[in-house]
Design a protein around this ligand. Structure first.
Ligand code: AVJ
Length: 319
């Protein structure tokens, strides 16, 4: 195990150990996305059961010009800042539409995955040669501050993919309040929410038949083994997903299949009881009223809702 950790690695170590020493134990969803995690999430997005991606793709491929029209205000130059940009396969429809109109704008994709950012910086210019792009690798709000320091144009923030679902309702409210403070009058936010729907359909998206979601969760244990000198035995943990239609919370856990002890390098020794759970991730689902309320409570106004044909998903434009 290496002794000189970078700032990013030591944050990963500290937050991992803190989560495993808490009761109940938990991990942070942002750490899913190392190179293998990015690959597995791509696989998830391609599964039939994971309806979210197709739904939001339907919105962006069919309504990009409508979205663009609401974003454009005369000729005022702007920055398009995308939080959690991923591979940008949905937002590219909007980028294309904006590029067509000869507008002055820069695109700042923000992502926690360094790998994702370098791929975007390499691949997007092939398709949109005139695009002004600058990738930012890090946490959402830190990178939004960084983007704001680089320019004083008006901001259009994209926060798609139901990424906000990784926060519970209180965390989402706190996050949006902080985001609101970084924006000014005239700025916009387009935010994607997965809507409450048939519980079986939701659960299937997080408990798929091929076990890709299970592999995605277990990969975080492997990442800890690889990067932090952990000795998790993956066969001793099992993925468990659960959806509560009342609260809209879809949560995933890893369950310890036996009494066991796991080391995180020399930094910590963690004991697990048989059947003990590690809380891995929440994917919060919303009713339209929940979204409306969240907007008002955090100082935004809902201007327009864009739905897919099935009304599984909404991208909502706030000012
Ligand atoms: C990237 C947070 C939107 O919660 O649906 C997918 C992550 N986890 N399957 C989601 C995820 C398991 C995804 N988000």
């Amino acid at each position: 195990m290496q002794t000189n950790l970078t700032a990013v690695e030591s944050q990963f170590l500290n937050e991992t150990v803190a989560g495993l020493q808490a009761s109940p134990k938990f991990m942070l969803a942002k750490y899913f996305y190392d190179e293998r995690g990015d690959y597995l999430f791509q696989q998830i997005m391609e599964m039939d059961e994971y309806y979210l991606t197709n739904a939001e793709m339907d919105i962006f491929s069919n309504q990009a010009s409508h979205i663009a029209n609401l974003i454009i205000k005369g000729d005022t130059p702007f920055d398009l800042i995308e939080l959690g940009a991923g591979d940008a396969t949905k937002s590219i429809h909007l980028l294309r539409e904006l590029a067509k109109q000869n507008l002055e704008f820069s695109y700042f994709p923000v992502d926690i995955s360094a790998h994702v950012i370098s791929e975007l910086e390499e691949n997007l210019p092939k398709e949109l040669p005139d695009l002004n792009i600058k990738g930012l690798n890090g946490d959402y709000l830190d990178m939004l501050k960084k983007a704001a320091a680089l320019s004083n144009r008006r901001k259009v923030v994209l926060f798609m993919g139901a990424n906000i679902g990784n926060m519970n309702l209180d965390e989402a409210h706190e996050f949006l309040l902080s985001l609101r403070k970084l924006l000014s009058k005239g700025d916009m936010l387009i935010i994607g929410f997965d809507l409450k729907k048939n519980p079986k359909q939701i659960l299937a998206a997080y408990n798929d038949s091929k076990g890709i979601t299970s592999a995605f969760n277990l990969n975080l244990l492997e990442r800890i083994n690889r990067e932090l000198g952990g000795d998790f035995e993956l066969k001793n943990f099992e993925h468990y997903a659960n959806y509560d239609p009342e609260s809209g919370a879809c949560k995933s856990y890893l369950i310890s299949l036996k009494d066991q002890i796991v080391h995180i390098g020399a930094a910590a020794t963690i004991s697990f009881a048989r059947d003990e759970h590690i809380y891995m991730e929440i994917s919060q689902k919303y009713a339209l009223e929940d979204i409306e309320r969240l907007a008002l409570r955090s100082g935004f106004q809902c201007r327009h809702n864009f739905f897919d044909a099935n009304r599984y998903f909404v991208d909502t434009l706030w000012t």
